[in-house]
Design a protein around this ligand. Structure first.
Ligand code: ZN
Length: 371
């Protein structure tokens, strides 16, 4: 993974490269921001640069041809260590999960924890990072401290360490020469302040709509309405943009409008059939459906306020959004947005989709017909 290949905003990459060029590399840093923002990809590229045998020091680029670079590209470099959340089952064999993690990250460094659980086919399990697994790596780093080569430890989603995060303190306060700790987090609030205050923070914001559009067009070969539609729903998350682009048939906001029509009439047989079909979709597709609805209604809300932000929408959606903005009052639209957010929350918490959607459809009917 080179810096140039990463789909993200340019600022954090320039920041990391400058650290290397100026030889001011902190021993502990935390790359942070919303999901799908490219921070894990950046951590991998930075690790490669730190471990490269012949890096270009003026441009901060790894050579890509030394044995270190080749090993980092496959995530098998002996001085590149990972700590990451695992499913808490006792029979969880540590070697196989290490291998699975490397595979999953190689396939998609933009994945979030839901993507990781899906990779493990363990969608209903809980994740956590055990202090013991982190301790083992830290002890390994200490043993090798006499060695002159660099060592990098990447902790993916350190928020899963919770209160046990203190285990990192010694490593951060008394780092070995040439050992680097890179934390990749989507939720700084869950990281102990004692850790946070001792790390350099590098902010990865939501990826700009422009960057998502360009990347979807150059990498996925998309264009036209569909391109705009996916970028709108992805909302700065490249992981989501990629997943949406692979689901040819899905058009979340159009499907969402179809559902609101069903809620409007609330005909039992039609609704039941719709819910049966919805329940058969996987959780990712169920979430995409409501993410699409949320994106659409946010735009409608903007239209209602007279803002011209609807440029993210395709032209068909603009028409629909304008019609809906006319038909519903501000209060109704606010309630719908709230309702969708609530459904997404429950889907993420593994609620039964049939029960959830039956109730949600009735609530939607009340909101839509309240006028
Ligand atoms: Zn190299």
């Amino acid at each position: 993974m080179t810096f140039e290949e990463i789909i993200c905003n340019p600022e954090p990459i320039t920041f990391l490269k400058n650290q290397f060029i100026l030889e001011r590399i902190p021993h502990a840093q935390i790359l942070t921001g919303p999901q799908g923002n490219g921070s894990m990809a950046a951590a991998l590229a930075f690790a490669q640069l730190l471990l490269c045998e012949e890096p270009n020091k003026e441009s901060a680029t790894a050579c890509q041809s030394c044995s270190s670079c080749k090993q980092t590209n496959l995530l098998i470099h002996p001085d590149l260590h990972f700590a990451f959340p695992k499913i808490s089952d006792k029979d969880n064999k540590s070697n196989s999960i290490e291998k699975a993690f490397r595979e999953a990250i190689l396939q998609n460094p933009y994945m979030d924890e839901m993507g990781w659980l899906e990779f493990l086919e363990a969608q209903n399990k809980q994740l956590n990072i055990s202090a013991e697994s982190v301790r083992q790596i830290i002890e390994g780093l200490a043993l090798k401290s006499f060695d002159s080569s660099a060592q990098v430890m990447i902790i993916w989603l350190p928020e899963y360490l919770g209160d046990q995060g203190n285990i990192l303190l010694k490593l951060i306060e008394e780092p070995n020469k040439d050992s680097y700790l890179i934390l990749v987090s989507h939720n700084l609030e869950k990281i102990l302040p004692t850790i946070l205050s001792r790390c350099q923070t590098v902010s990865f914001e939501k990826i700009s709509n422009k960057r998502i559009l360009e990347s979807l067009s150059s990498i996925q070969g998309l264009d036209g309405e569909r391109l705009k539609q996916i970028a709108l729903v992805a909302d700065g998350n490249w992981d989501k943009a990629l997943r949406l682009s692979k689901h040819e048939e899905e058009n979340p906001s159009q499907e969402f409008i179809a559902w609101t029509r069903i809620c409007w009439t609330l005909k039992a047989s039609t609704l039941n059939e719709w819910i049966e079909n919805f329940a058969k979709r996987n959780r990712e597709s169920q979430k995409n459906f409501f993410d699409g609805g949320l994106a659409l209604f946010y735009e409608i809300l903007h239209l209602k306020f007279g803002n011209e932000l609807a440029s993210k929408l395709s032209s068909t959606e603009k028409e629909t959004a304008a019609k809906m903005a006319d038909r519903f009052n501000l209060r109704q639209i606010e309630l719908i947005v709230k309702q969708i957010t609530n459904i997404i929350y429950h889907l993420e918490a593994n609620a039964n989709p049939k029960v959830l959607l039956t109730d949600a459809s009735i609530q939607m009917h009340k909101i839509l017909t309240a006028g």
